[in-house]
Design a protein around this ligand. Structure first.
Ligand SMILES: Nc1ncnc2c1ncn2[C@@H]1O[C@H](COP(=O)(O)OP(=O)(O)O)[C@@H](O)[C@H]1O
Ligand SMILES: [Mg+2]
Length: 325
């Protein structure tokens, strides 16, 4: 591997390949289990191809499977009990260095509501929103009032700590709001109601100990909505990389994405989803701390655009593994 990231590796693991056992932790017990298994398989195959000793751990909640003899954990889990700081906390206790973000960054990035509060505090623009808690629900008149004053229609309803667009609905009309709320509550006890932003859906991958943005990807779902089917069915979405944007403007978006990574205190990899509105406003949706990493996922696509192949990308992320506490 000959690229910029090579120089930033503090302790290249290549010379110790035979001494260390890398546990690729995948599967998990979230709604994104299947996606995680594909991510894990891609990573496991790449590590093996690179000559590392790797063990695939299909994590089903059994903590012993993680604690067992591995030297480094490559976390390929998505969603609850994987991307949310819980497994990261366990690995801190076990003193096993792990890939990606630490406990706090993982927990905050997973929580769309808290992430957005931090973006607002840092003057990073994110669509207007309000939250609803299952345990403390206002009446339907109050909700309708909030929708009218805070977001307007169309709006988008989503579980606070979801992923893969599961439980997310675009609502065009007041009469469909309750059904969307009920659906989102199936996935989390707190949900978000956010202003729908019309524009281009972009995603920016950030990698490295010194975070650097990879080329921006524009996502064009054929159905108009980047839902679960558009994400995981081949041919349903067109990906344009680098996104066709003026250079200065692309720079500004990349800098904003790096700021999102920094203000949430993320480490070594993240992917920032945003919408570029028709008025050119940048609207940050979320930061994914364990973005999909199947060989055809977005981060590998962005890396490939600057000549970093899938195995090299896996190697870069592995070499950033650390304990954060
Ligand atoms: N405020 C919004 N305006 C327009 N589209 C949105 C908005 N929020 C989400 N979306 C659409 O829904 C998808 C999923 O939303 P996102 O917030 O990224 O959650 P997830 O964690 O499920 O990926 C986005 O990729 C985008 O296509
Ligand atoms: Mg997303």
């Amino acid at each position: 591997m000959e690229n910029f990231f090579e120089k930033t590796m503090k302790f290249p693991l290549r010379s110790r390949k035979k001494d260390i056992l890398i546990g690729v932790i995948a599967g998990g017990i979230s709604s994104e289990r299947e996606v995680s298994l594909s991510t894990g398989k891609g990573i496991y195959d790449a590590l093996t191809e690179l000559g590392y000793r790797a063990k695939f751990i299909d994590f089903n909640g059994d903590i012993n499977a993680i604690a067992d003899r591995i030297n480094i954990a490559y976390i390929a889990l998505h969603g609850k009990y994987g991307e949310d700081g819980t497994v990261q906390g366990l690995l801190e206790l076990l003193k096993i260095p792990y890939t990606g973000s630490g406990v706090l960054a993982s927990a905050i990035a997973m929580d769309k509501c808290y992430s957005k509060k931090i973006f607002e505090f840092e003057k990073i623009s994110t669509p207007p929103f309000f939250t609803l808690d299952n345990s403390n629900m206002p009446g339907s008149t109050k909700i309708a009032e909030l929708a009218r004053t805070v977001t307007g229609y169309p709006l988008i309803v989503k579980p606070n700590r979801g992923g893969s667009t599961i439980g997310v609905t675009i609502v065009d009309d007041k009469k469909d709001l309750q059904a969307a709320i009920d659906l989102a509550f199936l996935y989390d006890a707190r949900i978000l109601i956010e202003k729908y932003i019309k524009g281009k859906l972009l995603t920016v991958s950030i990698i490295g100990d010194k975070p650097v943005a990879l080329p921006i990807i524009e996502i064009r779902p054929r159905s108009g909505f980047y839902d679960f089917t558009s994400k995981y069915t081949s041919g349903m979405t067109e990906y344009i990389v680098p996104a066709p944007l003026k250079y200065d403007f692309a720079q500004k978006i990349s800098e904003t994405a790096v700021s999102c990574h920094r203000v949430l205190d993320c480490s070594s990899i993240s992917r920032v989803d945003l919408i570029l509105a028709e008025d050119n406003g940048i609207n940050i949706l979320e930061v994914n701390t364990i973005p999909g990493m199947t060989p055809t996922s977005l981060v590998p696509k962005a890396a490939a655009a600057i000549g970093i192949n899938y195995a090299s990308l896996v190697d870069i992320i592995l070499n950033c593994a650390s304990l954060k506490s």
